[in-house]
Design a protein around this ligand. Sequence first.
Ligand code: ATP
Ligand code: SF4
Ligand code: MG
Length: 335
Amino acid sequence: MSIETPLRRGQDTTVQQTPMLEVTDLVVRYGRGRKAAAASAAVDGVSFTIQPGETVGLVGESGSGKSTIGKAILGLQKVSGGSVKFQGEDITHANSGKRRTTGSELRAVFQDPNSSLNPRKTIGASLAEPLRVRGISATDARTRAEDMLERVGLPRDAVDRYPSQFSGGQRQRISVARALICEPKLVVCDEAVSALDLSTQAQVLNLLADLRDERGLSYLFIAHDISVVQFLARRVVVLYRGQVMESGPAAAVTENPKHPFTQALVAASPVPRPAEQAERRAVRESLGIRTAAAAAATPGGCPFRQRCPLATELCATERPALRRVGESDVACHYA
Ligand SMILES: Nc1ncnc2c1ncn2[C@@H]1O[C@H](COP(=O)(O)OP(=O)(O)OP(=O)(O)O)[C@@H](O)[C@H]1O
Ligand code: SF4
Ligand SMILES: [Mg+2]
Protein backbone atom coordinates (compact mmCIF):
# COMPACT_ATOMS: atom_id res chain seq x y z
CA MET A 1 0.00 0.00 0.00
CA SER A 2 1.35 3.45 -0.82
CA ILE A 3 1.30 5.75 2.15
CA GLU A 4 1.17 9.45 1.40
CA THR A 5 0.31 10.46 4.94
CA PRO A 6 2.88 9.18 7.48
CA LEU A 7 1.28 6.32 9.39
CA ARG A 8 1.77 5.75 13.07
CA ARG A 9 1.20 2.31 14.40
CA GLY A 10 0.39 3.73 17.85
CA GLN A 11 0.84 2.01 21.15
CA ASP A 12 -1.53 -0.58 22.45
CA THR A 13 -2.10 -0.05 26.15
CA THR A 14 -2.57 -3.72 26.92
CA VAL A 15 -2.79 -4.79 30.54
CA GLN A 16 -3.52 -8.38 31.54
CA GLN A 17 -7.02 -8.24 33.03
CA THR A 18 -10.46 -9.53 32.07
CA PRO A 19 -10.32 -9.69 28.26
CA MET A 20 -12.45 -7.12 26.43
CA LEU A 21 -13.59 -9.89 24.09
CA GLU A 22 -13.26 -13.65 24.29
CA VAL A 23 -14.37 -15.72 21.29
CA THR A 24 -14.21 -19.46 21.98
CA ASP A 25 -14.75 -22.26 19.43
CA LEU A 26 -17.19 -20.08 17.47
CA VAL A 27 -19.28 -21.92 14.87
CA VAL A 28 -21.73 -20.22 12.49
CA ARG A 29 -23.85 -22.08 9.91
CA TYR A 30 -26.15 -20.18 7.60
CA GLY A 31 -29.69 -21.43 6.97
CA ARG A 32 -32.22 -22.93 9.34
CA GLY A 33 -33.01 -26.42 10.66
CA ARG A 34 -31.88 -29.28 8.40
CA LYS A 35 -30.48 -26.86 5.83
CA ALA A 36 -28.15 -25.38 8.45
CA ALA A 37 -27.15 -28.83 9.74
CA ALA A 38 -26.24 -29.93 6.20
CA ALA A 39 -24.40 -26.71 5.29
CA SER A 40 -20.66 -26.46 5.83
CA ALA A 41 -19.87 -23.96 8.56
CA ALA A 42 -19.02 -20.40 7.44
CA VAL A 43 -17.10 -20.11 10.73
CA ASP A 44 -15.73 -23.38 12.06
CA GLY A 45 -14.25 -23.39 15.58
CA VAL A 46 -12.62 -19.95 15.78
CA SER A 47 -11.07 -18.73 19.06
CA PHE A 48 -9.27 -15.48 19.91
CA THR A 49 -9.24 -12.82 22.60
CA ILE A 50 -8.89 -9.03 22.56
CA GLN A 51 -7.44 -7.36 25.65
CA PRO A 52 -8.50 -3.85 26.78
CA GLY A 53 -6.77 -1.28 24.55
CA GLU A 54 -5.63 -3.94 22.09
CA THR A 55 -6.23 -4.11 18.34
CA VAL A 56 -6.57 -7.55 16.78
CA GLY A 57 -6.55 -7.82 12.99
CA LEU A 58 -8.66 -10.46 11.22
CA VAL A 59 -7.51 -11.20 7.67
CA GLY A 60 -8.42 -13.68 4.96
CA GLU A 61 -9.68 -13.94 1.40
CA SER A 62 -13.19 -13.08 0.32
CA GLY A 63 -15.69 -15.56 1.79
CA SER A 64 -13.38 -16.76 4.56
CA GLY A 65 -15.89 -15.78 7.28
CA LYS A 66 -14.47 -12.48 8.55
CA SER A 67 -17.73 -10.50 8.42
CA THR A 68 -19.66 -13.46 9.80
CA ILE A 69 -17.43 -13.40 12.89
CA GLY A 70 -17.96 -9.62 13.19
CA LYS A 71 -21.73 -10.04 12.88
CA ALA A 72 -21.81 -12.86 15.46
CA ILE A 73 -19.97 -10.61 17.95
CA LEU A 74 -22.35 -7.71 17.25
CA GLY A 75 -25.42 -9.95 17.67
CA LEU A 76 -26.39 -9.55 14.00
CA GLN A 77 -25.93 -13.25 13.20
CA LYS A 78 -27.14 -16.30 15.13
CA VAL A 79 -24.35 -18.42 16.58
CA SER A 80 -24.48 -22.23 16.05
CA GLY A 81 -21.77 -23.17 18.57
CA GLY A 82 -19.10 -21.84 20.91
CA SER A 83 -19.30 -18.61 22.86
CA VAL A 84 -18.71 -14.84 22.76
CA LYS A 85 -17.87 -13.05 26.01
CA PHE A 86 -17.72 -9.26 26.24
CA GLN A 87 -15.97 -7.88 29.36
CA GLY A 88 -16.38 -11.31 30.96
CA GLU A 89 -20.14 -11.52 30.25
CA ASP A 90 -21.54 -14.22 27.97
CA ILE A 91 -23.39 -12.43 25.12
CA THR A 92 -23.46 -15.38 22.68
CA HIS A 93 -27.25 -15.55 22.62
CA ALA A 94 -28.01 -12.18 24.25
CA ASN A 95 -31.57 -11.01 23.64
CA SER A 96 -32.29 -7.57 22.23
CA GLY A 97 -32.79 -6.08 25.72
CA LYS A 98 -29.30 -7.12 26.82
CA ARG A 99 -27.85 -6.02 23.48
CA ARG A 100 -29.31 -2.56 24.09
CA THR A 101 -27.20 -2.38 27.26
CA THR A 102 -24.00 -3.66 25.63
CA GLY A 103 -24.84 -1.81 22.38
CA SER A 104 -23.28 1.50 23.38
CA GLU A 105 -20.07 -0.24 24.50
CA LEU A 106 -19.76 -2.42 21.41
CA ARG A 107 -20.02 -0.55 18.10
CA ALA A 108 -19.14 -1.07 14.45
CA VAL A 109 -17.75 0.75 11.42
CA PHE A 110 -18.55 -0.95 8.10
CA GLN A 111 -17.10 -0.59 4.59
CA ASP A 112 -20.23 1.06 3.26
CA PRO A 113 -21.03 4.18 5.32
CA ASN A 114 -24.45 4.27 3.65
CA SER A 115 -25.42 1.25 5.75
CA SER A 116 -25.06 3.29 8.97
CA LEU A 117 -26.08 6.71 7.62
CA ASN A 118 -29.66 7.32 6.56
CA PRO A 119 -29.52 9.42 3.33
CA ARG A 120 -32.75 11.23 4.33
CA LYS A 121 -31.44 12.30 7.75
CA THR A 122 -28.99 15.09 8.48
CA ILE A 123 -25.60 14.03 9.85
CA GLY A 124 -26.58 15.66 13.15
CA ALA A 125 -29.76 13.56 13.39
CA SER A 126 -27.83 10.32 12.62
CA LEU A 127 -25.16 11.09 15.21
CA ALA A 128 -27.66 12.20 17.86
CA GLU A 129 -29.86 9.10 17.48
CA PRO A 130 -27.90 6.71 19.77
CA LEU A 131 -27.56 9.51 22.36
CA ARG A 132 -31.27 10.39 22.29
CA VAL A 133 -32.10 6.68 22.84
CA ARG A 134 -30.04 6.98 26.04
CA GLY A 135 -32.11 9.95 27.24
CA ILE A 136 -29.66 12.75 26.36
CA SER A 137 -31.42 16.05 25.53
CA ALA A 138 -31.58 17.26 21.92
CA THR A 139 -29.40 20.30 22.70
CA ASP A 140 -26.69 18.24 24.43
CA ALA A 141 -26.79 15.59 21.70
CA ARG A 142 -26.28 18.28 19.04
CA THR A 143 -23.30 19.75 20.89
CA ARG A 144 -21.76 16.29 21.31
CA ALA A 145 -22.33 15.58 17.60
CA GLU A 146 -20.57 18.85 16.67
CA ASP A 147 -17.65 18.05 19.01
CA MET A 148 -17.32 14.56 17.58
CA LEU A 149 -17.41 15.83 13.97
CA GLU A 150 -14.69 18.31 14.81
CA ARG A 151 -12.65 15.48 16.37
CA VAL A 152 -12.78 13.43 13.16
CA GLY A 153 -11.68 16.46 11.11
CA LEU A 154 -15.00 17.82 9.81
CA PRO A 155 -16.57 21.27 10.32
CA ARG A 156 -19.13 21.68 13.09
CA ASP A 157 -21.78 22.82 10.61
CA ALA A 158 -21.68 19.35 9.00
CA VAL A 159 -24.48 18.49 11.48
CA ASP A 160 -26.98 20.26 9.22
CA ARG A 161 -25.89 18.59 5.99
CA TYR A 162 -26.86 15.26 4.37
CA PRO A 163 -24.62 12.23 3.62
CA SER A 164 -24.76 12.84 -0.16
CA GLN A 165 -23.01 16.21 0.37
CA PHE A 166 -19.79 14.48 1.52
CA SER A 167 -17.03 12.49 -0.21
CA GLY A 168 -16.48 8.78 0.51
CA GLY A 169 -13.60 9.54 2.89
CA GLN A 170 -15.64 12.19 4.73
CA ARG A 171 -18.59 9.80 5.00
CA GLN A 172 -16.28 7.20 6.53
CA ARG A 173 -15.11 9.81 9.08
CA ILE A 174 -18.78 10.44 9.89
CA SER A 175 -19.28 6.67 10.39
CA VAL A 176 -16.31 6.66 12.79
CA ALA A 177 -17.87 9.64 14.61
CA ARG A 178 -21.21 7.81 14.84
CA ALA A 179 -19.56 4.66 16.21
CA LEU A 180 -17.54 6.58 18.81
CA ILE A 181 -20.10 9.13 20.00
CA CYS A 182 -21.41 6.70 22.66
CA GLU A 183 -17.87 6.17 24.00
CA PRO A 184 -17.71 2.44 23.25
CA LYS A 185 -15.06 0.06 24.62
CA LEU A 186 -14.76 -2.16 21.55
CA VAL A 187 -15.24 -1.23 17.89
CA VAL A 188 -15.57 -3.83 15.13
CA CYS A 189 -14.14 -2.24 11.96
CA ASP A 190 -15.20 -4.40 9.00
CA GLU A 191 -13.29 -3.34 5.86
CA ALA A 192 -13.61 0.21 7.24
CA VAL A 193 -11.02 1.67 4.84
CA SER A 194 -11.19 -0.80 1.93
CA ALA A 195 -13.32 1.38 -0.34
CA LEU A 196 -11.09 4.46 0.06
CA ASP A 197 -8.20 5.60 -2.14
CA LEU A 198 -4.75 5.01 -0.66
CA SER A 199 -4.05 8.45 0.81
CA THR A 200 -7.57 8.73 2.31
CA GLN A 201 -7.10 5.18 3.65
CA ALA A 202 -3.93 6.31 5.44
CA GLN A 203 -5.69 9.35 6.93
CA VAL A 204 -8.59 7.28 8.29
CA LEU A 205 -6.16 4.64 9.67
CA ASN A 206 -4.26 7.40 11.48
CA LEU A 207 -7.52 8.80 12.85
CA LEU A 208 -8.50 5.33 14.15
CA ALA A 209 -5.06 4.94 15.78
CA ASP A 210 -5.28 8.38 17.43
CA LEU A 211 -8.78 7.74 18.78
CA ARG A 212 -7.70 4.36 20.10
CA ASP A 213 -4.73 5.87 21.93
CA GLU A 214 -6.78 8.77 23.34
CA ARG A 215 -9.66 6.63 24.57
CA GLY A 216 -8.00 3.28 25.33
CA LEU A 217 -10.29 1.60 22.76
CA SER A 218 -10.08 -2.00 21.59
CA TYR A 219 -10.59 -2.80 17.91
CA LEU A 220 -11.35 -5.91 15.95
CA PHE A 221 -9.97 -4.72 12.63
CA ILE A 222 -11.20 -6.81 9.70
CA ALA A 223 -9.63 -6.52 6.23
CA HIS A 224 -8.61 -8.69 3.30
CA ASP A 225 -5.34 -6.77 2.84
CA ILE A 226 -2.76 -7.84 5.44
CA SER A 227 -0.65 -4.71 4.84
CA VAL A 228 -3.57 -2.50 5.98
CA VAL A 229 -4.13 -4.63 9.08
CA GLN A 230 -0.51 -4.56 10.20
CA PHE A 231 -0.51 -0.76 10.68
CA LEU A 232 -3.09 -0.93 13.45
CA ALA A 233 -3.02 -4.43 14.86
CA ARG A 234 -0.86 -5.73 17.66
CA ARG A 235 -1.93 -9.28 16.89
CA VAL A 236 -3.21 -10.81 13.66
CA VAL A 237 -5.54 -13.78 13.11
CA VAL A 238 -5.45 -15.36 9.62
CA LEU A 239 -8.63 -17.08 8.47
CA TYR A 240 -9.18 -19.59 5.66
CA ARG A 241 -12.61 -21.11 4.99
CA GLY A 242 -13.84 -20.25 8.46
CA GLN A 243 -10.83 -21.69 10.29
CA VAL A 244 -7.79 -20.03 11.89
CA MET A 245 -4.64 -20.89 9.94
CA GLU A 246 -2.23 -18.75 11.93
CA SER A 247 -2.34 -16.17 14.70
CA GLY A 248 0.32 -14.26 16.58
CA PRO A 249 2.06 -10.90 17.00
CA ALA A 250 1.53 -8.71 13.89
CA ALA A 251 5.27 -8.46 13.18
CA ALA A 252 5.79 -12.25 13.38
CA VAL A 253 2.78 -13.07 11.18
CA THR A 254 3.48 -10.44 8.51
CA GLU A 255 7.28 -10.54 8.40
CA ASN A 256 7.85 -14.23 9.07
CA PRO A 257 4.66 -16.08 8.10
CA LYS A 258 4.76 -19.80 8.94
CA HIS A 259 1.60 -21.16 7.29
CA PRO A 260 1.68 -21.63 3.46
CA PHE A 261 -1.60 -19.67 3.20
CA THR A 262 -0.24 -16.74 5.23
CA GLN A 263 2.87 -16.75 3.04
CA ALA A 264 0.63 -16.52 -0.04
CA LEU A 265 -1.45 -13.74 1.55
CA VAL A 266 1.65 -11.68 2.39
CA ALA A 267 3.10 -12.24 -1.10
CA ALA A 268 -0.23 -11.15 -2.66
CA SER A 269 -0.49 -7.95 -0.67
CA PRO A 270 0.19 -4.86 -2.81
CA VAL A 271 3.31 -2.74 -2.17
CA PRO A 272 3.98 0.74 -3.60
CA ARG A 273 7.43 0.25 -5.16
CA PRO A 274 7.48 -1.62 -8.53
CA ALA A 275 10.78 -3.41 -7.71
CA GLU A 276 9.37 -4.73 -4.43
CA GLN A 277 6.13 -5.68 -6.20
CA ALA A 278 8.13 -7.71 -8.76
CA GLU A 279 10.02 -9.39 -5.90
CA ARG A 280 6.73 -10.33 -4.24
CA ARG A 281 5.36 -11.68 -7.52
CA ALA A 282 8.44 -13.91 -7.83
CA VAL A 283 7.98 -15.14 -4.24
CA ARG A 284 4.28 -15.78 -4.93
CA GLU A 285 5.08 -17.82 -8.03
CA SER A 286 7.83 -19.78 -6.26
CA LEU A 287 5.39 -20.81 -3.51
CA GLY A 288 3.38 -22.83 -6.06
CA ILE A 289 0.07 -22.05 -4.34
CA ARG A 290 -2.90 -22.91 -6.57
CA THR A 291 -5.67 -20.36 -7.14
CA ALA A 292 -8.83 -20.31 -5.06
CA ALA A 293 -10.86 -21.28 -8.14
CA ALA A 294 -8.94 -24.59 -8.31
CA ALA A 295 -10.05 -25.65 -4.83
CA ALA A 296 -13.45 -27.20 -4.22
CA ALA A 297 -14.70 -27.33 -0.64
CA THR A 298 -14.17 -30.85 0.71
CA PRO A 299 -14.75 -31.91 4.30
CA GLY A 300 -12.05 -33.27 6.62
CA GLY A 301 -8.32 -32.75 6.67
CA CYS A 302 -6.61 -29.41 6.13
CA PRO A 303 -8.97 -26.93 4.42
CA PHE A 304 -6.04 -25.54 2.41
CA ARG A 305 -4.79 -28.86 1.04
CA GLN A 306 -6.08 -28.52 -2.54
CA ARG A 307 -4.08 -25.34 -3.01
CA CYS A 308 -1.04 -26.32 -0.99
CA PRO A 309 2.12 -27.54 -2.77
CA LEU A 310 3.29 -29.28 0.43
CA ALA A 311 0.13 -31.38 0.96
CA THR A 312 0.54 -35.07 1.82
CA GLU A 313 -1.90 -37.88 2.60
CA LEU A 314 -1.89 -36.84 6.25
CA CYS A 315 -3.19 -33.41 5.18
CA ALA A 316 -6.18 -35.10 3.51
CA THR A 317 -7.16 -37.14 6.55
CA GLU A 318 -6.28 -35.09 9.61
CA ARG A 319 -7.24 -31.49 10.35
CA PRO A 320 -4.09 -29.85 11.72
CA ALA A 321 -4.56 -28.37 15.20
CA LEU A 322 -3.12 -24.97 16.05
CA ARG A 323 0.29 -25.39 17.63
CA ARG A 324 2.97 -22.98 18.77
CA VAL A 325 5.72 -22.32 16.20
CA GLY A 326 8.05 -19.52 17.31
CA GLU A 327 5.81 -16.68 18.51
CA SER A 328 2.77 -17.76 16.48
CA ASP A 329 0.10 -20.47 16.59
CA VAL A 330 -0.01 -22.31 13.27
CA ALA A 331 -2.46 -24.92 11.90
CA CYS A 332 -0.17 -26.88 9.58
CA HIS A 333 1.29 -30.37 10.00
CA TYR A 334 4.59 -29.25 8.51
CA ALA A 335 5.06 -25.63 9.68
N1 ATP B 1 -26.59 -14.37 4.73
C1 ATP B 1 -25.90 -15.41 4.27
N2 ATP B 1 -26.53 -16.57 3.91
C2 ATP B 1 -25.83 -17.64 3.46
N3 ATP B 1 -24.50 -17.68 3.35
C3 ATP B 1 -23.82 -16.58 3.70
C4 ATP B 1 -24.48 -15.38 4.17
N4 ATP B 1 -23.54 -14.43 4.44
C5 ATP B 1 -22.34 -15.01 4.16
N5 ATP B 1 -22.51 -16.28 3.70
C6 ATP B 1 -21.44 -17.22 3.32
O1 ATP B 1 -20.58 -17.38 4.43
C7 ATP B 1 -19.22 -17.40 4.02
C8 ATP B 1 -18.44 -16.32 4.75
O2 ATP B 1 -18.92 -15.04 4.34
P1 ATP B 1 -18.38 -13.68 4.95
O3 ATP B 1 -19.24 -12.59 4.43
O4 ATP B 1 -18.27 -13.84 6.41
O5 ATP B 1 -16.93 -13.62 4.30
P2 ATP B 1 -15.84 -12.45 4.34
O6 ATP B 1 -14.57 -13.09 4.79
O7 ATP B 1 -16.35 -11.30 5.12
O8 ATP B 1 -15.71 -12.07 2.80
P3 ATP B 1 -15.43 -10.62 2.12
O9 ATP B 1 -13.95 -10.39 2.22
O10 ATP B 1 -15.86 -10.85 0.70
O11 ATP B 1 -16.24 -9.60 2.82
C9 ATP B 1 -19.23 -17.25 2.50
O12 ATP B 1 -19.12 -18.53 1.92
C10 ATP B 1 -20.58 -16.65 2.21
O13 ATP B 1 -21.04 -17.05 0.95
S1 SF4 C 1 -1.42 -29.08 6.76
FE1 SF4 C 1 -0.68 -29.86 4.79
S2 SF4 C 1 -2.09 -29.00 3.25
FE2 SF4 C 1 -2.37 -27.86 5.14
S3 SF4 C 1 -1.08 -26.09 4.92
FE3 SF4 C 1 0.13 -27.63 6.02
S4 SF4 C 1 1.23 -28.78 4.44
FE4 SF4 C 1 -0.37 -27.60 3.40
MG1 MG D 1 -16.77 -9.28 4.64
